[in-house]
Design a protein around this ligand. Structure first.
Ligand SMILES: CNc1ncnc2c1ncn2[C@@H]1O[C@H](COP(=O)(O)O)[C@@H](O)[C@H]1O
Ligand SMILES: [Zn+2]
Length: 335
């Protein structure tokens, strides 16, 4: 049963809407990038992703990972491998997200970083449609956040579909970054926000909701106020079960807040967050949801099909994806 379920979850066409580029590097990609750096940074070869994480130990991991992607060619390799891996896992539409970063030693600028990722996204592919979400980090100053939005405007025609708020949940304040998000919205960009990933974030929830985000990441802790508003506005929630369990923001899969969303029929999208750091690809997230909540193949298909409603692309793209999904189901013997 479990083997055929794994296979079904890979074959099932899926959209991935919450994947951080640098958190998505597979062990093979990390090895490839370590190899490129071995002359200048041999110590990187000793780096391992730990089995056990906490929110406190999660964000510092990127100090190491960022040394692997500190030049534009490494960024290109990382992006290409991550896209290929999602495609092999049955992802047909991917919104990859990343925070533009500079490095003085290699001469990489935020602009050349972004250009590197977008140039890979633009490479022709038959099996997957790829778009890009540009991330503002909670640690950014208001000026840095504005710079991200200005970059988004400069590169808008090259597949940037939205702006994200991410980064260390214990730092920064949304109020500082609000003007940048408002400028992005004034220029037509939809917004997705990491939201109430830890309990301490709940104090700023009304501020985040006040800008009318188009999607929310995690939304782990919801008080009555938040739940009512999110349900009323029908804001889809990006759900990352493995990420939440490994970062210990939920205790068990059975207690995961997706249960309430399933009961209340509120739209959600199964996503990976950081498939490299958490060793879980999207088909595994579908398998986990299926096993935890005793879902049928039909229900898994419906979850995947309904996720298309939440993508940041036009109706034509949505309809093409829906046709593909329905044609796949017609030909599948697994229902
Ligand atoms: C586990 N939950 C999470 N919560 C908040 N932010 C997260 C995250 N997982 C990843 N990131 C954000 O994504 C960056 C890495 O990808 P990019 O360099 O942008 O491609 C991390 O540095 C962090 O800011
Ligand atoms: Zn995330």
């Amino acid at each position: 049963m479990s083997c055929s379920l794994s296979n079904f979850c890979v074959q099932l066409p899926k959209v991935e809407l919450h994947a951080h580029l640098n958190g998505s590097l597979s062990p093979a990609t990390m090895r490839e990038l370590v190899e490129r750096k071995k002359a200048t940074k041999p110590e990187l070869a000793n780096f391992r992703i730990p089995d056990s994480l906490e929110m406190e130990s999660f964000f510092p991991l990127f100090k190491f990972i960022y040394q692997l992607t500190d030049d534009v060619e490494s960024v290109r390799i990382a992006a290409r491998n991550v896209i290929d891996e999602f495609a092999r896992d049955g992802v047909k539409y991917l919104e990859l997200r990343s925070t533009p970063r500079k490095n003085e030693e290699t001469g990489m600028t935020k602009r050349t970083y972004l250009n590197a990722v977008l140039s890979v996204i633009e490479e022709p592919r038959q099996d997957i449609v790829v778009k890009f979400i540009i991330s503002i980090d909670r640690r950014n100053t208001p000026e840095e956040a504005q710079e991200v939005v200005d970059l988004a405007l400069d590169f808008q025609s090259r597949g940037i579909v939205a702006i994200d708020l991410c980064g260390d949940v214990h730092t920064g304040s949304f109020e500082n970054l609000r003007p940048a998000f408002e400028k992005a919205q004034a220029n037509g960009f939809p917004v997705t926000l990491h939201f109430n990933e830890i309990r301490e974030n709940m104090v700023e929830a009304p501020a985040l909701l006040s800008i009318c985000p188009n999607r929310l990441g995690h939304a782990t802790y919801l008080d009555d106020y938040c739940r009512k508003l999110i349900y009323k506005e029908n804001i889809p929630i990006e759900i990352c079960m493995t990420s939440n369990l490994l970062c210990k923001t939920v205790n068990t899969y059975e207690e995961h807040h997706i249960r309430e969303l399933l009961n209340d029929k509120h739209p959600f999208i199964l996503c990976t967050d950081d498939k490299g750091v958490f060793f879980s690809d999207l088909s595994n997230e579908y398998k986990l949801a299926c096993e935890t909540f005793k879902l049928t193949h039909e229900e898994l298909f419906e979850i995947s099909l309904r996720s298309i409603d939440a993508i940041f692309s036009d109706e034509k793209t949505k309809n093409e994806l829906r046709q593909h999904w329905l044609a796949w189901k017609e030909n599948s013997k697994d229902f």
